[in-house]
Write a protein that binds this ligand. Sequence first.
Ligand code: GDP
Ligand code: IMO
Ligand code: MG
Length: 428
Amino acid sequence: MPAVVVVGAQWGDEGKGKATDQLGSRVDYVVKFNGGNNAGHTVVIDGDKYALHLLPSGILSPGVTPVIGNGVVVDLEVLFQEIDAISARGVDASRLLVSGSAHVIAPYHRTLDKVTERFLGKRRIGTTGRGIGPSYADKINRVGLRIWDLFDEKILAEKVEGSLEQKNQLLVKVYNRRAVTVQETLDELLSYADRLRPMVADTALVLNQALDAGKTVLFEAGQATMLDVDHGTYPFVTSSSATAGGACTGSGVGPTRIDRVVGVIKAYTTRVGEGPFPTELFDSWGELLRTNGGEFGTTTGRPRRCGWYDAVIARYAGRINGLTDLVLTKLDVLTGIEQIPVCVAYEVDGLRVDDMPLDQSSFHHAKPIYELLPGWTEDISEARTFEDLPVNAQSYVLALEELSGTRISSIGVGPGREATVQRFDLVD
Ligand code: GDP
Ligand code: IMO
Ligand code: MG
């Protein structure tokens, strides 16, 4: 099975980093295809914790070639900070490849992200403030800067000048900020060019050739289905294609080459930032999930909003991504809850709906219809086979599988690399 896509099935932070890392020893390339350093993936190896943002999680596996694909937006300062930090811990980052067609997050994108959010007030998105949205907006507006541009000073200067002409009007006249100079922008961006040059490649060519040679390629999504700019809870989404289709556009590998699409999903639900969330809990149950699950953002440290598992969303993610497998994470966090509510459908304006309502206001009004499943009290963190799990935990998994419409191939019972129950192989 040479090409596997791993996506988030909820609102992010499902444990994609751990899932990718686990497959690390079995794959040759790990490709990040969307987003940027808004992502935060925590991977725990032998008790050591690594927090990755812009670098693909596969970087932690010796032998893997990590690739930043064309669909990513790259903050060069963050890129080198992360490379330095991880190298200082003994991880070899020398194989990293960066697509020349990936877009750059310029300092003014970060500024615009923050001032726009402030300007939106109570309509804000709750972004990570990393300049992601403004950089993608420039890409779509055809005034973005690509990695290739850094190697042609004249072209870069022309593009920065063109882009700033508009942005300075906005910054000064609308947002009451100082104008950004072309020179300061060029100085910062060009300061990275020499160090970047050896990593830059036609990564679409590299990946297609790797697949031709029978190599295994894993495509790792940042964010998740419900944050996807087309399929998520727009406008409370990120600005990229975080679903399986994004793996193709964001890497230059065609859909006929993808063999498996794995959705990572928590045994409950979390969300960071603003926007609708039907199963959100505002009581002590939400607090319990947050505390037991350590639900604080890897990127911004914000407390994550917590709620019960939502099978409507799981079915939707199955459909939108064409999921072949689910990786269920954090089952251990539910240990000790006597009866676990699972959302099986919604009530919208007095009617039961089984599918995701796509208009914003219906989803805002959706009330979860819950089924209660019996919980377990036994510690499951040492379980390594399905049979090791208490019967009620097994039944919980099987019920989620049935309700979600995709087989659950792996079950997370702790943050460590080894803390997993494998039911079906993900890269066979
Ligand atoms: P990502 O953004 O999807 O990669 O996920 P994050 O790393 O932001 O958040 C997932 C968190 O859950 C991390 O702190 C992981 O170490 C942790 N984690 C992943 N799988 C499990 C699991 O099965 N059990 C527990 N207790 N923690 C897990
Ligand atoms: P990983 O890859 C959870 C959320 C932000 C905000 C919205 C838009 O770790 O799962 P942005 O800065 O992207 O313009 O913010 O998207 N968001 C995430 N939430 N996990 C993430 O990444 C996220 N990346 C962005 O909180 O609501
Ligand atoms: Mg995360």
